[in-house]
Write a protein that binds this ligand. Structure first.
Ligand SMILES: [Ca+2]
Ligand SMILES: [Ca+2]
Ligand SMILES: [Ca+2]
Length: 324
């Protein structure tokens, strides 16, 4: 769980976005749904690159690096590629706490992204999505937050479900990237919680932060985002401090108030067309260069090759320019 102070800080920056918030499914309330590796068209769609970092998830992105979110703070000194993700035994790696001059991690400036280095070497890691065409792509999303909670009714009609406290169980779901939202903490991928969406339509809940969002780029699933937040909060009234506000996954926000007791409430009109709530994930592509400047350290072997090539070049130049 992130601290209330950090949550408040981010709420200020992001206005209506509520950070630190599991995968909630549109089609089922079953808490054991999608708690094992995806199969069929979603086989190997990203789940295999996830691992646990404290109470949260991170994604392996290079032989010695994983990426996660900043806003929940540091979560200990290990990262585990659990058997549920790998299909094998749990393997726990030790974080290099002296990395980056003793900081112990790298923050990608202007974003919620954070990179850690491990002392050992991962057996697998995710490719990064570096294009700019995420919108409209099918996405797979992973998290360890709470399952679907109580019904949210407007005039007796179901509009979605409240989110619950994290249960620590990793789940995967799917959605479609609906757009890019430029925020104070960088570009965010958005995806709406659609009543008639993807086969495993899902959105985020409390505790899903840090999990990876993957898109299918011409048949290859690549890391395109890191879970950050959801729309919220919601209320059935605009009376402040009566404790009636809640966080929710809504396929229709119509008829509910959105906002907060601190910053005020806005009534969302209840129209015939659904107006779903969205999830937000820190966009990888706009930070890909910054990420790779940290993770793409030259291998000793290729450095040696560069040096060899350089000396050959120097010798040749010397030979050419030497008067005879
Ligand atoms: Ca959707
Ligand atoms: Ca209220
Ligand atoms: Ca409606």
């Amino acid at each position: 769980m992130c601290s209330r102070i950090l949550c408040a800080t981010f709420a200020l920056l992001c206005l209506s976005l509520t950070p630190c918030h599991a995968i909630v499914f549109e089609a089922t309330a079953d808490p054991s749904h999608n708690t094992t590796a995806p199969t069929g068209i979603y086989a190997d769609s990203g789940w295999q690159y996830e691992g646990t970092y404290g109470a949260y998830l991170g994604t392996m992105i290079a032989p010695q690096y994983f990426i996660t979110a900043q806003h929940f703070g540091t979560q200990g000194t290990t990262f585990t590629h659990n058997g549920i993700f790998s299909g094998g035994a749990d393997v726990t790696y030790n974080i290099d706490t002296a990395a980056n001059g003793g900081v112990g991690y790298w923050n990608i400036a202007g974003t919620d992204l954070r990179i850690f280095k491990i002392q050992e070497t991962f057996s697998t890691y995710a490719p990064l999505y570096t294009g700019s065409s995420e919108t409209g792509l099918t996405m797979e999303v992973n998290g360890r937050g709470g399952p679907r909670g109580a019904d949210v009714l407007v005039g007796g009609i179901l509009h979605g479900w409240q989110v619950t406290n994290p249960d620590g169980t990793a789940r995967w779901g799917t959605n479609t990237v609906s757009g890019i939202y430029s925020s104070a903490i960088g570009d965010l991928l958005t995806a709406s919680f659609s009543a008639s969406g993807t086969a495993e339509e899902a959105t985020l809940s409390n505790g899903d932060s840090g999990g990876g969002v993957f898109v299918n780029d011409g048949g290859i699933w690549k890391l395109a985002g890191v879970n950050y937040s959801i729309d919220g909060m919601f209320d059935t009234n605009n009376v402040v401090n009566d404790g009636s506000d809640f966080n929710a996954a809504l396929f229709d926000r119509g008829g509910l108030y959105q906002g907060s007791d601190s910053f005020g409430w806005t009534l969302i009109p209840d129209l015939p067309l659904d107006n779903p709530s969205s999830m937000y994930a820190s966009r990888i592509s706009t930070s890909a260069a910054a990420i790779m400047s940290i993770t793409m350290v030259p291998e000793p072997q290729s450095a040696l090759l560069v040096m060899l090539a350089l000396s050959v070049g120097l010798l040749q130049r010397e030979r050419v320019t030497r008067p005879v």
